[in-house]
Design a protein around this ligand. Sequence first.
Ligand code: SAH
Ligand code: SF4
Length: 409
Amino acid sequence: MSNPPSRVNLLDFDPAALETFFVNMGEKPFRARQVLPWLHQRFCDDIAQMSDLSKVVRDKLSAVAEIRAPRVLRDTTASDGTRKWLFAVDNASGNETGAENAVEAVFLPEDDRGTLCISTQAGCMMDCAFCSTGQQGFNRNLSVGEIVGQLWVANRTLLAEGMNAPWIDAGRPPITNVVLMGMGEPLANFKNVVAALQLFLSDHAYGLSRRRVTLSTSGVVPMIDALRDACPVALAVSLHAPDDALRDRLMPVNRRHPLTELMAACRRYLDKAPRDFITFEYLLLADVNDAPTHAAALIDLVRDVPCKFNLIPFNPFPGAPYRAPTRDRVLAFQRVLMNAGIVTTIRKTRGDDIDAACGQLAGQVHNRVRYRMSDVPRRAEPREAATLSPVPREHHRFSCYPHTKHSVT
Ligand code: SAH
Ligand code: SF4
């Protein structure tokens, strides 16, 4: 069992929180604007090196704060340049179980950009039937420092290695786009995710534009509205079924927030979104949701929502009760949507050779408790959320779906 660290982690502060922290220390708020570039542009891990702070201020800061990025457990690169980091996420917060949790981030270099796919939770409680993360349980939300730390480590490592690519301006961090599509449901860790987003967007930190940051959600409707009000970045919604009966079965979140509600939330989001469309991700499961009739039903469903589709052929994992569709079936599905004038891309698999190991090394979740979203009753039999009880589970190894190219930009 590890004791919680006594000094605060500077990576845990969004810009506003860092100002408050300095004020509480008896310093001026502008210290935050001095320190943020050291942390998130120069990737400094030593307060003593912050040379534009006086020695007195540095000493005062070092007495109460430090810079703790998540520890890298494994770093793997595929032949196509896709790179995956496995991070330990226990050291920063102290985990009561003593077991080590780990999450992953994946770097996807492309011709015109470098994208990092990051995780927001150790595991996930949404229980989607096709997702290894969901099937294997939930441990806890990641802290702000653990979410931002994935970008911090990836940028710092690539910069130190002198990574060269057409999209990299000299001396600038190589990661130009961030997608919240790794482990976990970002909107179920709302506070920490929004704080991380503030850092991604801040000119004093990563300075990314809102359209270069994409959050993917399974459809937690009230939190889609909250995100629109707090920090509207580009939104991707995992749809995966054109009707409530099928979506209830595949994604238990639909029992609480059915499709009409979800479509309405998407329309409301577009009032403030940095793009004028929602990206619908649609996972294709052979003989479950991949028929041309499903595609036709989708056209009806999204009639009033400006959108694009990204089709994801199922990535199998051990014990999964689904199969990937054939290429012809995927193309036929795409054709139906395209013929209706909906831009539809097919997500290419990346990093195949490290995906082979993905099922084994991609993350570890040692369950503390498991809240099962699938314990939520169907709408016909309403029950108070408060009656949900945590289901304790044995510790076990965790595996995640193989990472694929995220063509959402
Ligand atoms: N929790 C969020 C973001 C993480 S999952 C969400 O669900 O949107 C990122 C994407 O991977 C989602 O669209 C999800 O449905 C998809 N996914 C999950 N399991 C998969 C699998 N076995 N094969 C392919 N994609 C999968
Ligand atoms: Fe969680 Fe997303 Fe997996 Fe569903 S698909 S269980 S929301 S990570």
